[in-house]
Design a protein around this ligand. Structure first.
Ligand SMILES: Cc1cc2nc3c(=O)[nH]c(=O)nc-3n(C[C@H](O)[C@H](O)[C@H](O)COP(=O)(O)OP(=O)(O)OC[C@H]3O[C@@H](n4cnc5c(N)ncnc54)[C@H](O)[C@@H]3O)c2cc1C
Length: 315
C-alpha cells in the first residue's frame, strides 16, 4: 500500500546541476511512497501504476532529479527492503548482481577483487565513496547515463540484464538495453532485478580509464577494454567500449577488428585511435567539453587503455 510522503531536502547531483534545465528548486513534487518487502508485491504495484511509478533504489540519481523537478512520478516503489534482490552470485559464465547491491559492496567484495577486477576498477571511478555507499550497481544501469561507468562496462563485456514484471521475465543484452540518453528498453510495469557481468578469460588483459576534470566528477570520456592473446601472443579478440561519446555506450567494433592478429604495436594503436576519434557523436558539445576536445580525449584514451590492457595479459 502507498503512503503519502513529502521527502526532505536532499543534496543534489553535481552532474545534473551542471547540465542545467528545469527549476532550481530543492523540494520534490508530492508523491506517494511504498516500500514492499516482497518482489511480487513490488511488481504488482509497478503493474498497477504503470508509467506513473518509479523504482527507488539508492536514490543517488532519482532524488536529485525529483528535487530539481526534472522527474515527477506520482509513485515511488522503494525496493530496498526486498531481501531476495540482495545477492551476488558467481554463475557459470557471469557474475550475477541483484538489484539492491550497493556499488561499495561490490568494490569491497573479495570475490570481485579476485575474480572480476575490471568490475572493481570501473566501480572505483563512480563519484565519491559516499555516493557508492548508497548507489546500487543495477540502479546505475537502469538510469542509463551516457557518462556512467557501469553501462559502458556491461556493454563492453556483452553482459545482460534481467527484467521482471507480473507477466514474467526477460533477459536483455546490454547493447539492446540502452536506447538513448537516459533511456532504456524497460517498459512500464517492469523493473530490473539483476545485472550479469560476464567473466573475463583468465589470460586476458583488461583496463578501465577515464578523463574527468576533478576526481569524483562524471567523466568527459571513458573507456573499458578487454584483450585476449592467442598462443603465439597476438591479439585473438578485443572488446573496447566508450562512455561519454554519444547518448549510449559505444562499442567500437571497427577498432576491435583491426587489433585482431596484431601485437597492439604503436602503429596499430595510432590507426585505432584515429578510427575511435571519428566515433564521437556531433551532439557531444556541451558546457563541459567541445566535440573536438572529446575527440582528442577519445583518441588518446584509445591508446592508453589498450596499452594497459595488453600489458596486463597473461602470456
Ligand atoms: C554527486 C554525485 C556524483 C555521481 N557521480 C557518478 C559517476 O561519476 N558515475 C556514475 O556512474 N554515477 C554517478 N552518480 C550516480 C550514482 O552512481 C547513482 O547511484 C546511480 O546513477 C543510480 O543508482 P541508484 O541506486 O542511486 O538509483 P536511483 O537514484 O534510486 O534510481 C535511478 C533511476 O533508475 C531507476 N531504477 C533504479 N533501480 C531500478 C531497478 N532495479 N529497476 C528499474 N529501474 C530502476 C529509478 O527509477 C531512477 O529512474 C553520482 C551521483 C551523485 C549524487
Amino acid at each position: 500500500m502507498f503512503l503519502s510522503h513529502h521527502s526532505k531536502h536532499t543534496k543534489g547531483n553535481r552532474h545534473l546541476f551542471s547540465q542545467g534545465g528545469g527549476k532550481q528548486t530543492m523540494k520534490p513534487p508530492r508523491f506517494q511512497y511504498c516500500a514492499p518487502a516482497i518482489l511480487d508485491e513490488a511488481l504488482a504495484l509497478l503493474e498497477q501504476q504503470g508509467d506513473e511509478a518509479k523504482v527507488l533504489a539508492g536514490g543517488q540519481s532519482l532524488i536529485p532529479l525529483l528535487n530539481m523537478r526534472l522527474a515527477g512520478p506520482a509513485y515511488l516503489v522503494d525496493i530496498n527492503r526486498i531481501s531476495e534482490l540482495h545477492y551476488v552470485e558467481p554463475e557459470d559464465g557471469y557474475l550475477a548482481v541483484g538489484a539492491t547491491v550497493r556499488q561499495q559492496q561490490i568494490e569491497r567484495l573479495s570475490l570481485v577483487q579476485a575474480q572480476h577486477p575490471l568490475l572493481r576498477e570501473a566501480v572505483q571511478h563512480i563519484g565519491h565513496m559516499q555516493i557508492r555507499n548508497r548507489g546500487t550497481i543495477v540502479g546505475s544501469i537502469a538510469h542509463a547515463d551516457p557518462a556512467a561507468e557501469l553501462p559502458a562496462l556491461l556493454t563492453c563485456l556483452n553482459g545482460e540484464v534481467v527484467v521482471q514484471s507480473v507477466h514474467g521475465e526477460r533477459v536483455i543484452k546490454a547493447e539492446e538495453f540502452f536506447t538513448g540518453y537516459l533511456s532504456t528498453a524497460l517498459e512500464p510495469g517492469e523493473m530490473l532485478t539483476e545485472a550479469r557481468f560476464p567473466w573475463i578469460p583468465p589470460q586476458s588483459g583488461w583496463a578501465f580509464m577515464e578523463f574527468a576534470r576533478r576526481s569524483g566528477d562524471y567523466a568527459l570520456v571513458g573507456a573499458a577494454a578487454v584483450v585476449t592473446p592467442s598462443l603465439d601472443d597476438r591479439c585473438l579478440s578485443a572488446h573496447l567500449t566508450f562512455l561519454g561519446i554519444a547518448g549510449v555506450p559505444v562499442r567500437v567494433r571497427e577498432v576491435e577488428n583491426i587489433l585482431v592478429g596484431t601485437t597492439l604495436d604503436d602503429q596499430t594503436l595510432e590507426v585505432a585511435a584515429e578510427i575511435a576519434r571519428t566515433m564521437v557523436s556531433d551532439d557531444m558539445n556541451d558546457v563541459h567539453a567541445t566535440v573536438a576536445y572529446r575527440r582528442a580525449l577519445t583518441a588518446d584514451l584509445t591508446k592508453r587503455v589498450l596499452r594497459v590492457a595488453w600489458e596486463r595479459r597473461k602470456q
